[in-house]
Write a protein that binds this ligand. Structure first.
Ligand code: PLP
Length: 395
């Protein structure tokens, strides 16, 4: 069954958010209607909700290959990352240094910038033209007083994958905590936390066909953690507040489905992305792939087009009912060019000429056909518009 989609729109912005899988909705509904008990209540009526929350924890642990007890449910990716940064800084008595990449999502960037204003030191690691971080640079940036290294698993704008397992090893060797914002990696690549030295991992349900406003934080069982949201004893005392039972149930179901799609190895998303990208590179002159030389998640295509402004392209594409983005959704409206693309090429203007298309298993081949037809036309039109009209010469 397909999500209830508005047929009018071609949704190619799945890194901003994804449609709910109908099977997720079905599993959530009873917890919005019949089983409204507070999961923490002691009577039998609430046990239904409590058990459902624990099943979701097991399903997510199975996807991540970790222990259910290592999962804390949160309100989303942003809260999870904030919680890690908050906790790491609390525990490091000298701890006034953090290492992050310069292409992190604002969920990591902003709390680090705020800490900087309060006297912490933050090292922002550069990336190369393909968006890669250098593992040697990460190692060199670590100081005795480093409280945390945080490097995302996959970049939301370019899809570039970072060598987080190797970075985690280095941090482990140096006795420094390591966190990864894996919001864009979940459901797109296999993850086996049991085999890694990762201390913390953040994820969000709405990026893999679950509901918005719910996410999780993995905390390795041997890693110290102090809550950001203090309150009741929920989540084993690690995150206060009544559990978002329906949301957590939805996250669990979405995790189960993501695992199924990963192991069944249906690479329809990768083949759609590749087909779309190839078609655009062939039909549009002066187009290139941001992060082309790096390993990337299979659903993302970030393309720079010579001679266009991405904001103008977005307007025209919107008129053609194609949803995509320039940079990340969280920045739209800020008029600020993508910090990720600027970090990859500080002297170039690729950040103002790029569009991000991100696909999901709910896109159809027909939609890809349509988009490969419309996008080149839009680019061509924009280029014509930007050529100054010939000045009529006086006789
Ligand atoms: C979407 C996203 C987030 C934020 O997750 P929310 O659940 O929306 O708070 C964080 N990091 C990355 C890489 C993302 O793509």
């Amino acid at each position: 069954m397909e999500p209830v989609a508005d047929d009018e729109f071609i949704y190619l912005d799945n890194n901003a958010t994804t449609p709910l899988d109908p099977a997720v909705i079905e599993e959530m509904l009873p917890f919005l209607t019949r089983y409204y008990g507070n999961p923490s209540s002691g009577y039998a009526f609430a046990a239904k909700a409590r058990k459902a929350v624990e099943l979701a924890r097991e399903r997510l642990a199975a996807l991540l290959r970790c222990e259910p007890s290592e999962i804390i449910f949160t309100s989303g990716g942003t809260e999870s990352s904030n919680a890690v940064i908050h906790s790491a800084v609390q525990f490091e008595p000298r701890g006034k240094h953090l290492v992050i990449s310069s292409v992190e999502h604002s969920a990591v960037l902003r709390p680090c910038q705020d800490l900087e204003k309060r006297g912490c030191h933050v090292t922002f690691l550069d990336v190369d033209r393909d968006g890669n971080v250098d593992v040697g640079q990460v190692e060199a940036a670590i100081r005795p007083e480093t409280a945390l290294v945080s490097i995302m698993w996959a970049n939301n704008e370019t899809g570039v994958l970072f060598p987080v397992q190797r970075i985690a090893e280095i941090c482990h060797r140096k006795g420094v905590l390591f966190h990864t914002d894996a919001v864009q990696a979940i459901g797109k690549i296999p993850i086996r936390l049991r085999d890694t030295a990762v201390n913390f991992l953040s994820l969000s349900a709405h990026k893999f066909h679950g509901p918005k406003g719910v996410g999780a934080l993995y905390v390795n069982r041997r890693t110290r953690f102090t809550p950001l949201v203090a309150g009741g004893g929920q989540e084993n005392g690690r995150r206060g507040g009544t559990e978002n039972a329906a949301g957590i149930v939805g996250l669990g179901k979405a995790a189960e489905l993501a695992g199924k799609h990963l192991t069944e190895g249906k690479c329809s998303v990768r083949s759609m992305r590749d087909r779309f990208e190839k078609a655009l590179l062939e039909t549009v002159n002066g187009a290139l792939v941001n992060g082309a030389g790096a390993e990337r998640i299979p659903n993302t295509s970030s393309l720079a087009f010579e001679g266009i402004e991405s904001s103008a392209a977005l307007l025209l594409l919107d008129r053609h009912r194609i949803c995509c983005s320039a940079g990340s959704a969280c920045r739209t409206g800020s008029q600020e060019a993508s910090h990720v693309l600027r970090a990859m090429n500080p002297k170039g203007d690729g950040a103002r000429r790029s569009l991000r298309f991100s696909f999901s298993r709910f896109n159809t081949e027909a939609q890809i056909d349509h988009a490969t037809e419309i996008v080149p036309k839009v680019i061509e039109k924009l280029r014509q518009m930007s050529v100054p009209a010939p000045v009529a010469t006086a006789l």
